[in-house]
Design a protein around this ligand. Structure first.
Ligand code: ADP
Ligand code: FRU
Length: 288
């Protein structure tokens, strides 16, 4: 099993389950409500930890009760939080999630007002133990310095970068990772109609990286540096219960499979099966 460091955010998710997505200005009653820890990198780490990896999280927390709940959830899953920074008096980011019980769709309103984990926080982490370092594609100038620092000081560790949101300037980070995990949202925002179009177009600029793009119910594609394109279907569960975090679980599936030595075609297939299983249940427990 491997030792993995994940850099990104943790959130408090307040999830309202509704019977159909409401119209604007409607007043509807939620069928159920729950609070959960969320955030892409921490979601990915929690699933990797379930698969037996030693996971560490680098991110920012506050000193309020909601942050204690987030830390408690990570510790319950065995994710080590020592690299994280605590901001006194801050509030953790929140996501208000409207979860449509009819189709599992999740509509997220996210708010954050907490400093980001930066290069100086990262520079004091001893990277020697890590086999893999995973980054969220956010806080771009600082993340770029972290990726460069990791490449320089921990060349043994493979670096993955999640490219989910089409932030301006994110392209400068792409050549710095070994595995690039793109989302459909990113591809569409950049004007691509399909995952293969995105991957083929980006490859000349990232010739040494493995390029992966998940496309919801259509499954996922991966393009290897030697030009081999792989496709894997989605694996819908008997009933789609909740798609919240499906992409984060897919990313965990890719990292786990590659750490396990799986060939790329098998890795996207295994990741798709895992993400499909997640869509059939609420939350992220029991996915190993
Ligand atoms: P995100 O959660 O970031 O929006 P996607 O919607 O692209 O990410 O989903 C990531 C992966 O999760 C997909 O490649 C697929 O394997 C799986 N997935 C997502 N939605 C479904 C679904 N309705 N049924 C089965 N699998 C799904
Ligand atoms: C799901 C998720 C939620 C979080 C939001 C942050 O992918 O990580 O848990 O609230 O996205 O963007």
């Amino acid at each position: 099993m491997a030792t993995v460091l994940g850099i990104g955010i943790a959130t408090l998710d307040i999830i309202n389950e509704v019977d159909g997505y409401p119209a604007e200005d409607a007043e509807v009653r939620a069928l159920a409500q729950r609070r959960a820890r969320g955030g892409n990198a921490t979601n990915t780490l929690v699933v990797l930890a379930q698969h037996g990896h030693r996971c560490h999280w680098g991110g920012v927390l506050s000193d309020e009760a909601d942050a204690a709940g987030i830390r408690g959830d990570l510790e319950r899953h065995g994710v080590v939080t020592t690299p994280c920074r605590v901001v006194a008096g801050g509030r953790v980011p929140t996501s208000y999630v409207t979860l449509n019980r009819r189709n599992g769709s999740r509509t997220i309103i996210h708010y954050r007002d907490l400093p980001e984990f930066g290069f100086l926080d990262f520079a004091v982490v001893d990277l020697a133990p890590f086999d893999w370092i995973h980054f969220e594609g956010r806080n771009l100038a600082e993340t770029r310095r972290m990726l460069e620092h990791a490449a320089r000081t921990a060349p043994r560790a493979r670096r993955s970068l999640e490219v989910e949101k089409p932030h301006e300037g994110i392209d400068a980070l792409l050549p710095l990772a070994d595995v690039l995990l793109f989302s459909r949202r990113f591809a569409q925002a950049r004007g691509y109609g399909s995952a293969p179009d995105l991957l083929a177009d980006l490859q000349p600029r990232n010739p040494d990286a493995l390029l992966v793009c998940a496309w919801g119910e259509a499954g996922a594609w991966a393009l290897e540096p030697d030009g081999t394109l792989h496709q894997s279907p989605a694996y819908p569960p008997p009933r789609v219960v909740e798609t919240l975090g499906a992409g984060d679980v897919f990313n965990a599936g890719i990292i786990h499979a590659l750490l396990d030595g799986a060939p790329v075609g098998q890795a996207i297939d295994r990741a798709g099966r895992l993400a499909g299983r997640k869509c059939g249940q609420a939350g992220l427990d029991g996915l190993a």
